[in-house]
Design a protein around this ligand. Sequence first.
Ligand code: 5GP
Ligand code: ZN
Length: 115
Amino acid sequence: MRDENCLFCKIISGEIPSTKVYEDDYVFAFRDINPQAPTHVLVVPKAHIACVDAIDGENSVYVAKSFEAIAKIAKAEGLDTGYRVINNCGEDGGQTVMHLHFHLIGGVKLSEKIV
Ligand code: 5GP
Ligand code: ZN
């Protein structure tokens, strides 16, 4: 469930402070320290799942709950005209923190698209 050396596990436990925007039994969400848009929230499952590769039938409820949380947070942040959800997976995907997370980005018309 928890990795003692993991930055996001420490943020979830409160050992490292963050600006929390949402929490439930499955999900913790907080503002990115280096925001790329007016709203940039990291939505993080409370189980230590390293990346998309590690999602399986045992833990996928955390992924579903993360997306339920994303919808709630987007409404609370007033992102009525849209937003983007990004996941970076592994080295080539640019993942820097090896605890699964979804970037919720919005509050501005987003231009850079790769798909
Ligand atoms: P990744 O590159 O793994 O997809 O995303 C990691 C994100 O975590 C980055 O956007 C980075 O700015 C953010 N981040 C790294 N360290 C911290 C921290 O200590 N606090 C917060 N709030 N965000 C962090
Ligand atoms: Zn972790």
